[in-house]
Design a protein around this ligand. Structure first.
Ligand SMILES: NC(=O)c1ccc[n+]([C@@H]2O[C@H](COP(=O)([O-])OP(=O)(O)OC[C@H]3O[C@@H](n4cnc5c(N)ncnc54)[C@H](O)[C@@H]3O)[C@@H](O)[C@H]2O)c1
Length: 286
């Protein structure tokens, strides 16, 4: 069985909003880190996002230029699947069951070390489903970071029905080593935070559809009530496409309860390619 000190190399799949932040955390914690995406450009873009975060830390006097270089020296961006052989793999690819399942099947073939841990950063797809049909499903663990991953403290460590308690514990310990405050949770719909937080989004979207108030007004009001970020700014930060997928998966898992129903306005924005901050336009312009 792997111990925390046996973990030397971490591979992250998906160099988008979340994968880049998770790769930064792994490199910051001293791990040899590989960041993979489908093309060289996408992978390199993940490194660019990390360099921007580190520059921000230098500006705020939280890091030195030498510290930045040291972190970057532990990071490699790639589109070579064979580079993903590692002690721990964390996938942060598109929120789509079929795509993630296909990835886990390919990973299980590539990594024949049955003690390697294969994690998913999914927000809403059951870990039990992702582990189904994968050799050694006890090594599949949910490791759900929050956005921005390099700053937010919480990590939900999710056990599917096949996840071994020892592997869940190892992911918990690794999360702490990455500077996080993990919690253990079962494979319930939306785990803990998204199940409850979803209402913040769906109710705000309903208010918008009913023309009760503009997005800016809803955001301003909720921020004045003490929420750190209004719901529309938050959906823009998450990504409208990712947030919509999560809503659809939760709607299905809650047996199509109307309170979880996806919003037509959000669907239209996604169909138009307005995906939020990452695409330059969502509810707001960037
Ligand atoms: N955005 C958030 O706030 C947030 C928070 C917590 C968890 N998550 C979860 O993290 C995951 C990624 O979300 P994101 O917001 O970073 O998405 P994103 O769209 O920013 O990035 C996804 C990346 O995955 C890549 N990708 C797609 N298919 C791939 C494949 N088959 N192999 C390798 N790379 C592939 C894409 O090219 C893209 O770069 C999702 O499961 C999402 O639910 C997102």
């Amino acid at each position: 069985m792997k111990r925390l000190e046996d973990i030397k190399r971490i591979a992250i799949i998906g160099a988008g909003v979340m994968g880049s932040g998770i790769a930064q955390l792994a490199a910051q914690a001293g791990y040899e880190t590989v960041l993979y995406d489908l093309t060289r450009e996408l992978a390199a873009n993940g490194l660019k996002l990390i360099a921007q975060n580190l520059d921000g830390a230098i500006e705020r006097k939280r890091m030195t230029p030498e510290g930045k270089q040291e972190i970057l020296s532990r990071l490699k961006a790639t589109n070579e699947f064979s580079e993903l052989v590692a002690d721990v793999v964390i996938e942060a690819i598109v929120e789509r069951l079929e795509t993630k399942s296909e990835l886990f099947s390919k990973l299980a073939l590539l990594i024949d070390d049955d003690e390697a841990i294969l994690c998913s950063n999914t927000s809403s797809i059951p870990i039990t489903k992702l582990a189904h049909g994968i050799p050694h499903p006890e090594r599949i663990v949910g490791m759900h970071f929050f956005n921005p991953a390099h700053l937010m403290k919480l990590v939900e460590v999710v056990s599917g029905t096949a996840t071994s308690p020892a592997n869940a514990q190892l992911v918990y310990d690794l999360s702490e080593k990455l500077g996080k405050e993990p919690v253990m949770t079962k494979d319930a719909p939306g785990f803990i935070v998204n199940r409850i937080g979803k209402m913040y989004h769906t109710e705000s979207l309903k208010a918008l559809e009913e023309k009760a108030a503009a997005a800016e007004t809803v955001d301003a009001l909720l921020e004045s009530c003490g929420f750190k970020m209004g719901p529309f700014k938050l959906i823009d930060l998450i990504g409208l496409d990712t947030n919509l997928s999560v809503t659809k998966y939760l709607y299905e898992q809650f047996h199509f309860e109307p309170r979880f129903a996806p919003s037509h306005i959000q669907q239209q924005l996604v169909d138009s390619g307005f995906l939020g901050k990452k695409s330059g336009r969502g509810f707001y312009q960037y």
